[in-house]
Design a protein around this ligand. Structure first.
Ligand code: G4P
Length: 528
C-alpha cells in the first residue's frame, strides 16, 4: 500500500460521532454498525468487551455503577472501500467538556432519536455543540419496532427545536405492532422484517415508486394506504435533499430504523458513505490546514490514562489533519516544543488495538506517552502551527482539596497536575495560602477525581466547599491586570500552565470586577 498518499485516501474516510440522549440506543447502534462493518462478529461484544475493559481499573467502577460511559473511545471499521472512524462520545451531561472536545475531532455526526421520545435535553445540548462547529448531522429515528410518536410530529419537532430543514430519506410503514418495513424514497425500495425474530434478514423489494401496485403484494391494504398518504404529504411538505445544505449544517437527512432489530442500519452506513463529508480543513493559526497538505499535522483531543493497568500508560488520541503519517516519524508537540518519535502508534479496530504503520487525514491514532502530550496540543513536523478551537471551559463547580495525610503533598500535586493535563479536572493554585482548588463542569468528575487519586496515586483526599463559585482567565492591559491583582490578592490563582486566574464568588462578582477594571479581559474559556 506504499503507493497510497493522503490525497488518495481523503475521499474514503468518514470520521464521525453519534450524539444522543441516554437510552436512545447509541450503544446498540454502535454495536450494529460495527457488526455490519465486519469489525466484530457478534452483536453485544461492544458491551461485553467494554465491561471487561472497565472492570480492570478501579476508577472505572464508577462507570459500571452508574451505567454510564465516562471515557471516549475510537472504533474503526471498513465497508465497501470506505474507512469509518467512529468516535464514541460520553453521553452523560456531566461530561459535556469531554464530549465537546471529541466533537472537535469529527467531520460529521449521527443524531439518534428515540421514536417515542423525540428531541430530549441531551440531544439538544450536543446538537448545539455540533452547530457551533458546523458539524453536519444525519438523523436516525430509532426504535420504530415499538410504538412511537407520529412521524410528522417527530420531523416537525426536529425542524422546530433545532431550527434545521429536515428531509426524510425513508419512511416507516407503521410503527410498533403495525410495523411492516421501511420505504426508501431515493431507491424506491421496501425493506421488510422477516424470520421468526422479525430481525431484518435481507427481504427487500424494488418497485417503480410509491404508486406501484406491486407494493400491495407485500404490505397490508391499510398499511399501504397510510404509506401512500403520508409519503405524498412528506415529499411535498419537506425540503428536498441538498448535499451542500447538509454539509453546511442547515439540513438534516432523516432515516428511520431499529438498531435492536437491525433495520435501517446498512442504509445509515450507506448514507454516511454517500453524503457525510470526508476530512475537512481544520481551523488553525497561522492558517487553516487542508487535509491534502503533505506535512503531517494533527491535534490531541483526548488523553486517557491507565487503559492498560499493567503498564500505567497514557494514550493521547490524535486526530490526523494532514499528510501521511508513518510509524517512527518525529513530530513536535506545541506544548513542550520538543520533538518526539512516534514508535508505537495505535489504531483502533473496535476495541482491539493494533500498531499503526501508517495513517491518513481523518484517522485517529493513539500515542502512548508518559504525560508529555496534552489535550489541545498540536503535533506537526515543523513547529509554529497551532490548531484552534479546543477550549477549556470555566468550571461551574469549585472545591478545595483536603489532604488526609499531609506527608502526601507532593503526590497530590503531581496527581492534580496529571489529571488536569488529561482534562479530567482543572486545578487552581491560589497565589495566597496553600489550599488547592479543583474545578469541574459536572459533579461526576469530582467522583472520578477522588477515586483515581486513591487508586492510581494512593492519595486519600476529600473535597470541601470552596469560597469560590467560578473562575475566569485573566489577560489584557498589563497595568490594569496589576491593579486588579493588587486589589484582589486573595482571589488570584494560577492554573496548571501558570496562567493567571480570577476566582470569583459569583458571576455577579465577575461582572462587578469587569466594570471596575474595563481594560482587563475576563475569559470564560481558555484556548489551548
Ligand atoms: P444508549 O447507549 O443510547 O444509552 O442506549 P442503549 O443502546 O443502551 O439502548 C437503551 C435501551 O433501548 C436498551 O434496552 C436497548 O436494548 C433498547 N433499544 C435500543 N435500540 C432499540 C430499538 O431499535 N428498538 C427497541 N425496541 N429497543 C431498542 P434496555 O432494556 O435498557 O437494555 P438491555 O437490557 O436491552 O441492554
Amino acid at each position: 500500500m506504499e503507493y497510497l498518499d493522503n490525497r488518495m485516501t481523503i475521499p474514503s474516510r468518514r470520521t464521525f460521532a453519534i450524539i444522543s440522549h441516554p437510552d436512545a440506543g447509541k450503544t446498540t447502534l454502535t454495536e450494529k454498525l460495527l457488526l455490519e462493518g465486519g469489525a466484530i462478529h457478534l452483536a453485544g461484544e461492544v458491551k461485553a468487551r467494554g465491561a471487561n475493559r472497565r472492570a480492570r481499573s478501579d476508577w472505572m467502577k464508577i462507570e459500571q455503577q452508574r451505567g454510564i460511559s465516562v471515557t471516549s473511545s475510537v472504533m474503526t471499521f471498513e465497508r465497501d472501500g470506505i474507512t469509518f472512524n467512529l468516535l464514541d462520545t460520553p453521553g452523560h451531561e456531566d461530561f459535556s467538556e469531554d464530549t465537546y472536545r471529541t466533537l472537535t475531532a469529527v467531520d460529521s455526526a449521527v443524531m439518534v432519536i428515540d421514536a417515542a421520545k423525540g428531541i430530549e435535553p441531551q440531544t439538544r445540548k450536543l446538537f448545539e455543540v455540533c452547530r457551533l462547529r458546523n458539524v453536519p448531522i444525519i438523523t436516525f429515528v430509532n426504535k420504530v419496532d415499538r410504538e412511537g410518536r407520529d412521524t410528522f410530529a417527530l420531523l416537525d419537532e426536529v425542524a422546530d427545536a433545532l431550527a434545521l430543514d429536515v428531509c426524510p430519506m425513508s419512511w416507516p410503514v407503521g410503527m410498533g405492532g403495525t410495523f411492516e418495513g421501511i420505504y426508501d424514497f431515493a431507491k424506491n425500495r421496501l425493506r421488510q422484517p422477516s424470520g421468526p425474530s422479525k430481525e431484518f434478514e435481507g427481504k427487500e423489494v424494488f418497485v417503480e415508486g410509491i404508486a406501484d401496485d406491486a407494493l400491495a403484494e407485500h404490505i397490508s391494504a391499510q398499511g399501504l394506504e397510510k404509506l401512500r398518504e403520508e409519503a405524498e404529504l412528506a415529499v411535498g411538505g419537506y425540503a428536498d435533499f441538498d448535499l451542500a445544505a447538509y454539509r453546511h449544517g442547515d439540513l438534516t437527512p432523516v432515516y428511520f430504523g431499529s438498531a435492536l432489530k437491525l433495520f435501517g442500519v446498512t442504509e445509515l452506513i450507506d448514507a454516511l458513505a454517500a453524503h457525510a463529508p470526508p476530512p475537512r480543513a481544520q481551523p488553525a493559526e497561522p492558517a487553516p490546514v487542508e487535509p491534502e497538505n503533505s506535512e503531517v499535522t494533527g491535534f490531541i483531543f483526548k488523553v486517557q490514562a491507565n487503559m492498560d493497568p499493567q503498564h500505567r500508560d497514557r494514550i493521547a488520541f490524535m486526530r490526523l489533519c494532514s499528510g501521511k503519517f508513518r510509524r517512527g516519524m518525529k513530530l513536535t508537540p506545541s506544548g513542550s516544543g520538543k520533538p518526539i518519535a512516534v514508535h508505537s502508534p495505535i489504531l483502533f479496530f473496535a476495541q482491539d488495538r493494533e500498531i499503526a504503520d501508517e495513517a491518513f487525514p481523518g484517522d485517529i491514532i493513539g500515542i502512548p506517552n508518559h504525560g508529555t502530550l496534552r489535550v489541545g496540543d498540536t503535533l506537526s513536523e515543523k513547529a509554529g502551527l497551532r490548531f484552534t478551537g479546543l477550549p477549556n471551559f470555566a468550571p461551574e463547580i469549585l472545591r478545595r482539596v483536603a489532604l488526609k495525610d499531609p506527608t502526601k503533598t507532593k503526590q497530590l500535586r503531581k496527581a492534580l497536575d496529571d489529571l488536569s493535563e488529561e482534562g479530567v479536572i482543572q486545578v487552581f493554585y491560589p497565589e495566597i495560602g496553600s489550599s488547592w482548588v479543583v474545578g469541574v463542569v459536572g459533579q461526576l468528575q469530582l467522583d472520578v477525581l477522588i477515586s483515581r487519586l486513591e487508586a492510581e496515586y494512593k492519595v486519600a483526599a476529600g473535597l470541601e466547599a470552596s469560597p469560590f463559585d467560578t473562575a475566569r482567565w485573566i489577560s489584557g492591559d498589563e497595568a490594569a491586570v496589576k491593579e486588579l491583582v493588587s486589589f484582589n490578592g486573595a482571589n488570584m490563582a494560577r492554573d496548571r500552565d501558570g496562567n493567571l486566574v480570577f476566582m470569583a464568588k459569583s458571576a455577579w462578582d465577575v461582572g462587578y470586577q469587569q466594570e471596575r477594571h474595563p481594560k482587563v479581559k475576563f475569559s470564560a474559556t481558555k484556548e489551548r
